[in-house]
Design a protein around this ligand. Structure first.
Ligand code: HEM
Length: 488
């Protein structure tokens, strides 16, 4: 009838036009002054936010002081904000402490959206692309073979592999950044890691986040904050020294992207927007790559082995597939389409344990809308990737590890998978990470099968510990060599 058509049109119009009279966002009751602060202090925040979605829907709001946060919990609403309306939601929250750890907002990950940020991201993106095409494969292969040697040297004893995975992932990045790799006992490497880990941990602590919400506290002495400042200064000193060493070398490492970045600065033509990129941008890009590219990849490898201990038959299937397809040789990244069982394993671990479970908060840079709700400028947007990957409307049996869902006829669709986010803020290292996950996993499962230690009845706890990166609780494992005839 005419009335229904009119109602339909009105509804469509309502969806199209963001306006302040659109329905108000659902969310838990908010208390005077503290708002929903208590909701944000749960020990496994991604699980808690996902549980709230069962009650309040795929999009809801939380309040914290003067800030309104909107949590997005399905891949559809996340894509609407991050991809379809990327130019409305490409900002980062303005934060006093983020400014300090990012050298005045000069990192790509924490810098707000503006012309300088765009030029910076473009410069690093093209340097990374070039390196992916030229040398990344051999850099990762080298680290995968080194990891193989480390595991062989354990000779079947029960070990915690997390540090070895961190060293492998970190060496890929330090080779890319300065053409340098380290061994586990190197004091230089330990200094760098302890400093970066400390910064991430301190920055996430309540003592520091309180400085963002309550500016008056900045006037009081705060020993945690002083420690953060010291660690930031130490980090900058270490990176500066490496970059200076790199610049003073006669024969520079070709695989290092620092060369491309420095060249990029020299032939920069992007002054039309008043932007001039300098050494500080190269310096902070190095910080971005080290922080973004080490713990994420390492945590993912650690999760994969943990899940495989629970489902040993999956290891066998991946191994058999490699034997049939590769006939004994080591895989290349270009083999991935011929190895669907391995690819399904990688996707399932990315789905169940997206290692950056809440991505990085975004900020609305203008008034906009998501799912028909009005979103005012400056609203903080939290893409709950963990929630999207457990959405029962998209995934059957979402909490269970089932790599077979990604095989033909299994019902799982990679379209609903968004472990790297999307749009303007898509993970800058996505191509690097994908090649690493594939090659490291393939090399490990070709030469070893992983079993739980004999004297330990318990398998790894799969719930995880969530901070910025979602990690598995420490566990030990035995890496047994596959039959030597397939191990040249
Ligand atoms: C940002 C995931 C590995 C560098 C992000 C974001 C996610 C993510 C979800 C936030 C996107 C957003 O703000 O919406 C992952 C996963 C990885 C991984 C799951 C591995 C399994 C890497 C690697 C590098 C890297 C290897 C470096 C080589 C970055 C940087 C950003 C970022 C620089 C900030 C991008 C921006 O703000 O524009 N990553 N990442 N990541 N990642 Fe990754």
């Amino acid at each position: 009838s005419k009335l229904t058509v009119k109602a339909g049109l009105l509804q469509n119009l309502h969806q199209l036009l963001p306006h302040s009279s659109s329905p108000s966002l659902p969310g838990p009751p908010s208390f005077f002054l503290i708002g929903n602060m208590m909701e944000l202090t749960h020990d496994h925040l991604p699980i808690h936010l996902t549980n709230l979605a069962q009650r309040y829907g795929n999009i809801y709001r939380l309040k914290c002081g003067n800030t309104t946060m909107v949590v997005l919990n399905s891949s559809e609403v996340i894509r609407e904000a991050l991809v379809k309306k990327w130019s409305d939601f490409a900002g980062r929250p303005v934060s006093y402490t983020a400014d300090i750890v990012s050298g005045g907002g000069h990192t790509i990950s924490l810098g707000d959206y503006n012309e300088e940020w765009r030029a910076h991201r473009r410069l690093v993106h093209s340097a990374l692309q070039r390196c992916c095409q030229q040398s990344l494969h051999s850099v990762i292969e080298r680290q995968a073979l080194h990891l193989r040697k480390v595991l062989m040297d354990y000779q079947g004893s029960a070990v915690d592999l997390s540090e070895d995975f961190t060293v492998a992932a970190s060496n890929v990045i330090t080779t890319l950044a300065f053409g340098k790799e380290y061994n586990k006992t190197s004091s230089e490497l330990q200094q760098l890691h302890s400093c970066l880990n400390e910064i991430v941990a301190l920055w996430g602590s309540t003592w520091i986040s309180a400085l963002d919400s309550f500016p008056l506290l900045r006037k009081l002495p705060n020993p945690v904050f002083s420690r953060l400042l010291r660690e930031v200064a130490k980090r900058d000193e270490i990176i500066k020294e490496h970059l200076n060493n790199y610049k003073s070398q006669d024969k520079r490492h070709e695989e290092a992207i620092t060369g491309s970045l420095l060249q990029g600065l020299e032939k920069q033509h992007n002054t039309e927007h008043g932007v001039r990129l300098t050494d500080i941008h190269v310096h902070m890009a190095t910080v971005d790559l080290l922080i973004g590219g080490t713990e994420t990849t390492a945590a993912w490898l650690n999760w994969t082995v943990a899940f495989l201990l629970h489902r040993p038959e999956v290891q066998t299937k991946v191994y058999e597939e490699m034997c049939t397809v590769l006939e004994g040789r080591y895989p290349k990244y270009s083999d991935r389409h011929r190895l669907p069982v391995l690819s399904a394993l990688i996707n399932e671990v990315l789905r169940l344990r997206p290692v950056a479970p809440l991505a990085v908060p975004h900020r609305a840079i203008r008034d906009s809308s998501i799912a028909g709700y009005f979103i005012p400028k400056n609203t903080v947007i939290i893409p709950n990737l963990f929630g999207a990957h457990h959405d029962p409307a998209v995934w059957s049996d979402p909490y269970n590890f089932k790599p077979e869902r990604f095989l033909a006829g299994g019902g799982g669709s990679t379209r609903a998978l968004i472990p790297f986010g999307g749009g303007a803020r898509l993970c800058l290292g996505e191509s690097v990470a994908k090649m690493e996950l594939f090659l490291f996993t393939a090399y490990l499962l070709r030469d070893f099968h992983f079993i739980p230690p004999e004297n330990k009845a318990s398998l790894p706890d799969l719930r995880g510990v969530a901070s910025v990166v979602l990690k598995v609780k420490p566990y030990t494992v035995v890496a047994c060599r596959r039959p030597p005839e397939t191990n040249p």
